[in-house]
Every structure is written in structure tokens, then in C-alpha cells.
Design a protein around this ligand. Structure first.
Ligand SMILES: Cc1cc2nc3c(=O)[nH]c(=O)nc-3n(C[C@H](O)[C@H](O)[C@H](O)COP(=O)(O)OP(=O)(O)OC[C@H]3O[C@@H](n4cnc5c(N)ncnc54)[C@H](O)[C@@H]3O)c2cc1C
Length: 374
């Protein structure tokens, strides 16, 4: 069957691109798994933070904020964002790093502010006071309802006439005349434009099509949940991260989510947590706080995929007409998804980078794939 846009991958990237592209033509989204959120999208820490990542990421995040705060009518029946806050804690020995990180945070987000040790302890009384030299807070960081965002995009895609085909791994991609033909166990589809939104597998999909790879490196990140410590009411705690990026924790559905902030390069796969990473996070948590890890309730790992400049890859492949990259979302793919979807729809239909993103400092040169292929 021939359509206008074929999307490979139904995680947050493919879903948001499909949602916005469906305004311009007929979309078919092909997803290998039975459930489209099975990989990275279903395994995140669900935080929206405007101080995370490089300047391009921050522009994409800030631009996504208005959509997430005030989604279009019918997108969801409950809030996509709820207040959380994000606090970074540094030991006294890290003053220089702390000052640099605070200044960098304030450059983009005016509400970011330094805290006294007493203020930091009041926000998370379980911290070991002697380990806190400095702290700053991003008060407007938010918890995201990842499932509602993902489902909102998928529902909207269908409502605009698009189709989602699960259990449809693209096993071959061939250019025939002006069309790409995608073969899957669920059937064959053709379109003049194919969007590679295959997450950690995006380079693999490019290889199938004979397109030059962009050098994507998937990195494993581990997370687990524990019972909240009985001595504290954790519900209002912000996400707490150490400045060394070796630990973060935050309240999550009545539990505490903990991560060692690991980033181990690994081949794309259905990644599972390693015992050593869970044990290291538990040790660090116990060293920096009075929280005891007695029992791990649930553990998981997911892939955060980066190219060398840690900026997403969005745009047409210079070496293959009709092949469009949407990859390298790293640790930011949920909170940037509305802007990434809009950007994809613009570039895939021949329009320029949306003005709102340009105003925020994002230029085509930051995200186009040719920057990686020179
Ligand atoms: C522990 C952890 C914490 C994170 N925390 C945050 C956070 O707080 N905030 C944030 O914004 N981001 C966070 N992220 C990052 C975020 O989860 C990712 O950037 C995002 O989910 C990437 O979405 P994606 O659609 O590119 O990838 P995926 O969700 O992995 O989707 C890619 C899809 O492509 C499919 N696919 C692959 N090959 C084929 C093929 N040949 N044919 C058909 N389908 C195919 C796969 O089955 C998969 O469903 C975190 C990630 C991890 C692991």
C-alpha cells in the first residue's frame, strides 16, 4: 500500500512525528514490538527539566513546554506535567563545579536559584548534612506522565487518519523509483518519505536502506524503585541529583526511584539491568543520605542513544532521497518530543525550522545529519 509518510519505530519519537505529520498526509507507523512504548520510552525517569543538556536540547525542551503544559483539546484528560522540582547537591569540595553549573542553569532558566544548606536539608531531610556543601534548585522541573503523552500522540495520529501497525519489524528497505518499500512480517508499505525513528536501532535501519550511518551509540542506564523510608514524607521531595552525576533519586508513584546515572555503551538490544549497577547506586544512596535500601521492588534499564555532539539528528539524509533521520534523543526524548515532532513535520514537508525554535537559538546546522557525515 502506498502512503505519504512511513515511520519506522513507535516510541516517543515516531509517535510525536506521526502526530504532526498526519496533518500533512497519510501516515503509517511501523513498530516491531506488540506495544510501541516497550523500549526507551517506557523506561525513563519521566522528568521535564529545562536545565539539562546542551543549548540545542534546552531550546527543544523550552519549546515543548507550552504543549506539555497546555496540550491541544482532546489530547489528554489529565495533566501531562505535575510539579516536582529538581535539586542538584554538591559537596564542599566541588565549589567550582557547583558555581559553573548554577551559572549555566540560570543562563536559560531565571527561576533557578542557589540554596543554603538549611534550605536543601528542608527540601530533602534525608540527606547527610555533612555531604552537602552547596545546592541549587530548578523549582519548575516537572514530573511527566509519559504514558499519557505517548498515547496522546498515537491517538491523535489515528484521529488524523494515520495507521499504527504493531509486530511489524522493518526487515528490508529498498528504493524503487520515487518510493521506499518497507518489508515487514505484517505486510509491505511504500512511501516517498521514510522516517527513521527506530531509537537505538536507527543506524541499523539506515544500514538496511544502504544509507550512511550517523554513529549512534546506545548507552545503558539503570533505575530501580524502593519503598520510601518510613521516617520521612517523601511525596514533596524534588528529584535530587549529585553534581558528579553518579546518583539521582525522586519520588515515583508512592515509591522512590533511584538511578546510578550510568551510561555504559552497548549494542542495541532489550537491555536488562546489571546487578553491579543496582548495588553501586544503593551504596551511593546510603553514603549520601540516611535512606536504607532493604529491598529493591522493581529494576530496569533502558537505552539513551547519542551521536558524538549529543544533539538529536533530524533531517533528510544527504546521501539518500526520501530517507529522513529522527534519532539521537539521548536522555531528553520525552521532554523534547512535541518540539521534535513539529520540527520533523516542518523539515519533512520542505518548511524551515519553526520560528519559535529559531528564536530560542536552534539552527538547522545544529540538528541536520550532514554535520555528522562530513
Ligand atoms: C533510565 C532512563 C531515564 C530517562 N529519563 C528521561 C527523562 O527524565 N526525561 C526525558 O525526556 N527522557 C528521558 N530518557 C530518555 C528517553 O526515554 C528517550 O530519549 C526516548 O524514549 C527515546 O524515544 P525513541 O522513540 O527514540 O526510542 P524508543 O522508545 O526506544 O523507540 C524506538 C522504537 O523503534 C522500534 N524499532 C526499532 N527497530 C525497528 C524496526 N526495524 N522496525 C520497526 N520498529 C523498530 C523499537 O521497537 C522501539 O519501540 C530516559 C531514558 C532512560 C533509559
Amino acid at each position: 500500500m502506498a502512503v505519504d509518510f512511513l515511520i519506522v519505530g513507535g516510541g516517543m519519537a515516531g509517535a510525536s512525528a506521526g502526530y504532526f505529520l498526519a496533518e500533512h498526509g497519510r501516515v503509517v507507523l511501523l513498530e516491531r514490538e506488540e506495544a510501541p512504548g516497550y523500549h526507551s520510552t517506557g523506561r525513563s525517569a519521566a522528568l521535564y527539566t529545562e536545565t539539562y543538556g546542551n543549548a540545542a536540547i534546552r531550546a527543544l525542551t523550552v519549546s515543548s513546554g507550552s504543549f506539555l503544559r497546555d496540550p491541544p483539546k482532546g489530547f489528554t484528560d489529565h495533566p501531562l506535567l505535575t510539579p516536582r522540582g529538581s535539586m542538584v547537591v554538591a559537596p564542599a569540595s566541588e565549589e567550582k563545579n557547583y558555581r559553573a553549573a548554577l551559572a549555566e542553569g540560570q543562563r536559560y532558566v531565571k527561576s533557578v536559584r542557589g540554596l543554603s544548606v538549611d534550605e536543601a536539608m528542608a527540601l530533602c531531610p534525608a540527606l547527610r548534612r555533612e555531604k552537602v556543601g552547596y545546592a541549587f534548585l530548578e523549582p519548575d522541573a516537572m514530573d511527566m506522565d509519559v504514558h499519557a503523552i505517548h498515547q496522546g500522540f498515537l491517538r491523535g495520529l489515528r484521529a488524523r487518519g494515520g495507521e499504527i501497525v504493531s509486530s511489524a519489524e522493518v526487515t528490508a528497505l529498498a528504493r524503487r523509483g520515487a518510493l521506499w518499500e518497507a518489508s515487514t512480517p505484517a505486510g509491505r508499505w511504500e512511501a516517498p518519505l521514510v522516517i527513521d525513528a527506530a531509537g537505538a536501532w536507527a543506524d541499523k535501519v539506515a544500514r538496511l536502506a544502504g544509507v550512511r550511518e550517523v554513529g549512534l551509540v546506545p548507552k545503558r542506564r539503570t533505575a530501580f524503585t524502593i519503598d520510601p523510608p518510613a521516617a520521612y514524607d517523601t511525596t514533596g521531595w524534588p528529584m535530587v541529583s549529585d553534581i558528579e552525576e553518579t546518583l539521582y533519586f525522586k519520588p515515583e508513584s508512592g515509591r522512590l526511584l533511584v538511578s546510578p546515572a550510568d551510561q555504559t555503551p552497548i549494542e542495541p538490544c532489550d537491555v536488562q539491568p546489571e546487578e553491579i549497577d543496582v548495588a553501586e547506586a544503593a551504596d551511593r544512596l546510603q553514603a549520601k543520605t540516611h535512606i536504607e535500601v532493604r529491598r529493591v521492588l522493581r529494576r530496569w534499564a533502558g537505552l539513551r542513544s547519542f551521536v558524538r555532539d549529543k544533539t538529536p539528528v533530524v533531517g533528510p539524509a544527504p546521501d539518500a532521497p526520501g530517507f529522513f533521520w529522527l534519532a539521537g534523543q539521548g536522555g531528553y526524548g520525552i521532554m523534547t518530543s512535541p518540539a521534535m515532532g513539529r520540527l520533523t513535520a516542518a523539515l519533512a514537508t520542505g518548511a524551515p525550522v519553526p520560528a519559535e525554535l529559531t528564536r530560542l537559538g536552534l539552527a538547522a546546522a545544529h540538528i541536520l545529519p550532514n554535520r555528522l557525515l562530513a
